[in-house]
Ligand binder design. Structure first.
Ligand SMILES: [Zn+2]
Length: 436
């Protein structure tokens, strides 16, 4: 696909729209439309900047792209700047626009991936174009990576790349990517949330077994009854609040901005006070165990001998063993708990030269704005990179209107991003790459 020329659109908006038009839906369980076409588009953009991108296929269609950019200071450790090229599927009937049309209206680009995360993919390409196109260099070496398969845990993307091609990340110590750097509104004060950690994820399957039989007979070993009980117990479990260092720091700052005494207000109340961002923040106060899929039976008058459910379990870093033990207890003796996919939690300090530069770059383009750390309730490819000792942050800078419910747009219907937020993000990212 060639880029459609529209002089009214700036470079980042063009790139975002082009990338949205590749339907790279990832359905999970290895099923996907594939990322190859989007990867080839990115390859062409990087090549046009004089770089030498390499393509890697973890499986047919599952393509990741990596390129190295030489920095002005070869002695500084390299920075990984990464995005993912896949998106979650979109049910077109639910949308008010074509989810893969990249439509532009009301000052925004609409489409699947507009916030997660073809916007940042485009900002990375655009910032590099800005820097290299004007004959400049980033301050340090960059490893620029666009991964496949993030939306299914990165098995055929970041994890594959880290396992099979770790040499690509030689010399890199830090990384920046998605779900951080965006602004929220705190009682009229704009604040940017930089992601400095992620909950661990554990995707589990519950398998209830029982005695098959006629639907009219008494059956005290009904697999569905057993499963339903376990699902209800685990799904409605009220997990205890535990504040990690990041969340404590965040809530203290939030309390300060809102003029509240953190000793008098509960963590839950403070999380709610962050407004739309509470979708992310409230879920970082404790574990969550959400049932997401159910599968049992084939005929209304037949009791099946087996029933299955799936759950998305997210726990605070370090709580994995304790939470899984409690889940097994709640599941009961007749329901087996199988871990299908597991990935680690992360937490890093909100300090150091990179964090200072993020704050400085944000404030250069939005003077006086607050910059706060937060823990992400979901996960990113930073988990895979951490296996190589690379410390990852969520930093995809966007200055957003106070009334936009941004966290709801991740994986949401009518996903969209303001055009001027993309301009802001590209400016901040360019500044950061030039100066850090
Ligand atoms: Zn994402």
């Amino acid at each position: 696909m060639t880029s459609t020329s529209d002089p009214a659109l700036d470079r980042t908006a063009h790139l975002t729209r082009d990338l949205i038009r590749f339907d790279s839906s990832n359905y999970g369980d290895g099923k996907s439309n594939g990322e190859t076409e989007a990867a080839q588009y990115v390859e062409a953009e990087l090549s046009a900047l004089g770089l030498k991108p390499q393509l890697f296929d973890a499986a047919p269609g599952r393509t990741s792209v990596v390129a190295r950019v030489e920095g002005a200071n070869p002695d500084a450790p390299a920075l990984v700047v990464h995005g993912h090229l896949d998106v979650v599927p979109a049910i077109a009937e639910d949308w008010s626009v074509d989810p893969f049309g990249g439509e532009i209206k009301d000052g925004m680009i609409w489409g699947r991936g507009a916030v997660d995360m073809k916007n940042m993919d485009a900002m990375i390409l655009s910032a590099l174009g800005e820097i290299l196109g004007s004959g400049r260099q980033p301050a340090r070496d960059l490893v620029v990576a666009f991964f496949a398969d993030e939306e299914a845990g990165g098995v055929l993307g970041s994890h594959y790349m880290v396992d099979e091609h770790p040499e690509l990340f030689d010399g890199a110590t830090e990384a920046i990517s998605e779900v951080g750097g965006y602004s929220i509104d705190l009682a009229g004060q704009r604040a940017y949330l930089v992601q400095t950690g992620e909950k661990a994820l554990i995707w589990i399957k519950l398998i209830a077994r029982g005695r098959a039989g006629h639907g009219s007979q008494i059956n005290s070993e009904n697999a569905i009854t057993r499963l339903a009980g376990a699902v209800a117990r685990i799904g409605s479990q009220e997990w205890p609040v535990r504040l990690t260092k990041t969340t404590r720091q965040l809530l203290d700052r939030v309390a300060g901005i809102l003029g509240q005494d953190p000793q008098q207000v509960s963590a839950e109340e403070l999380a709610v006070a962050t407004g739309t961002a509470s979708r992310f923040i409230s879920a970082t106060l404790r574990a969550t165990t959400n049932p997401t899929m159910l599968d049992a039976g084939y005929k209304v008058n037949v009791i099946p001998d087996r029933a299955e459910a799936r759950m998305d379990v997210r726990v605070l870093p370090g709580d994995e063993v304790e939470v899984m033990a409690r889940i097994r207890e709640l599941a009961g003796p007749d329901v087996e708990v199988v871990v299908m996919h597991e990935d680690i939690g992360l937490e890093t300090a909100f300090e150091g030269a990179l964090v200072d530069q993020m704050i400085d770059s944000l404030n250069r383009f939005d003077p006086g704005a607050e910059v706060l750390p937060y823990l992400l309730s979901a996960g990113t490819d930073n988990k895979a990179l951490s296996m190589l000792g690379i410390r990852g942050y969520g930093f995809a800078p966007l200055r957003l209107p106070a009334d936009l419910d941004f966290p709801a747009l991740f994986h949401g219907v009518d996903e969209r991003v303001p055009l001027d937020a993309l301009v802001f993000g590209t400016d901040v990212l360019t500044d950061l790459l030039l100066r850090y």
